[in-house]
Design a protein around this ligand. Sequence first.
Ligand code: ATP
Ligand code: MG
Length: 538
Amino acid sequence: TAKIRTRFPPEPNGYLHIGHAKSICLNFGLARDYGGACHLRFDDTNPEKEEQEYVDAIVDAVRWLGFDWGRDEYFASDYFDFMYEAAQSLIGSGHAYVDSQSTEEMRASRGTLTEPGRNSPYRERSVEENLDLFRRMEAGEFADGAHVLRAKIDMASPNINLRDPALYRIKHATHHRAGDKWNVYPMYTFAHPIEDALERITHSICTLEFEDQRPFYDWLLERLAEDGLLARPLPQQIEFARLNLSYVVLSKRKLIQLVQERHVDGWDDPRLPTLVGARRRGYTPEGFRAFAERIGVSKADSWIDYGVLEECMRDDLNARAERRIAVLDPLKLVIDNYPEGQEEECLAPNHPQQPELGKRAMPFSKELWIEREDFTETPPKGYFRLFPGNSVRLRYGFVVKCTGCEKDPAGHVTAVHCEYFPDSKSGTPGADAYKVKGNIHWVSAKHAYRAEVRLYDRLFKAPNPGAGGRDYLEDLNPDSKTLITACLEPALKEARPEARFQFERHGYFVADRVDSKTGAPVFNRTVTLKDSWGKVEK
Ligand code: ATP
Ligand code: MG
């Protein structure tokens, strides 16, 4: 039996996004699960919009997702010679003709969903005349739009796609790979089935909007097989529902607008749904593959909540990311009875469920940074953190008792004071004698690594941006990016680009792969620990 062969066929005219990730995981996943092969094919039949920059970015993105296509990398433009032959063969067998109507005339004679179309006055041209005209189209004798090569099928077909669809148009354009060789270019609907057949694809998987194209797909391949140009068995087109994600726009036009009008900081902005953006955000290939499995494949169009993708990333990061301490909104804590100038180390586990990842030392000293929200003068009911008279454990360190605070003239708290219990250090024999309800994190002020941290959030604040006729730009979330300077535990200074961590109690963060310098990483928030948007919706 024939091996399964699938393909992922992007047009190199933009950056891949999360919707493409679904298609990539589906096609490469099927090939992997059934011992087949999946091709990476650049569908570059449209010379005006395609560029090498996009080809390179697509290669990177598919590799990053964890897939390998071996030598099966193809370009539709490599088949242009064959396609040109195939078109002449269709003319020869009476299945194609050159139409010389204007675009408007063609549109007018196509008919509607309820009315049949009308035959073109040029439909009965002889094979010789058609061949001559088509070759002269190719030779560059005519202006763009002067003639079109059309299939000769049925202008009365209830399926509009079978009303003599265009196969080739004149285009005096330079192609990113073929250069100026061609003055005619194949239509996507003509080119795609041929590409599949030449590569011996078994399952040509595409999104639902191509369902009505399937009869033409089959018609074309049958004709070319009859003409002896293609071998059987022929590929089968199979449709699935595209991914729609709440809070996200995936349309190429909108993504380009967001970048060009600088609503975001470029194609790899961590807030964009592009795969380069998701990568910078700290999303993982494993998380994307788990997401694709979880949402599955169906023929029914549906919306997936963005929270599902975030949950997949959390699950993956929770299992793999080492823990670190970061104070994002620093407030000074002074331990009045800790000796001036003294320092010691506290041991913190790198991963609570994976002791084999070991522990690291965190320096401890008289002055620490704690989160501003971990202190209050007037505790509400159920507040177990620092307030005058209360004791908490400094996570992986000592128990301290709050004695008061300092304020500036405006009444703002500028420092908190406490006393520590020298025999309460975590991991020492006496530590368990101290029973406290609060447990807060900290960083030694003297040793802290002050770094830029970007708190990213969803780019849109509405589940369906632009719904109800609004301009989708009105739904941009004004708080999607917040820049702060945080106090990080010193070990984070050595973080390599793309190293991922859980900052305890805060969420998952990644060392930015673009802006980090050796010994001076900056961090992006990938996702918070809990879903705060789920609540907003209800
Ligand atoms: P265009 O409007 O330019 O065709 P496109 O997003 O379809 O944009 P392609 O490069 O043609 O871009 O897409 C490559 C493959 O990715 C296609 O097979 C397409 O079916 C698939 N794909 C694109 N968007 C989605 C999506 N939202 N969900 C699932 N698959 C998608
Ligand atoms: Mg497409």
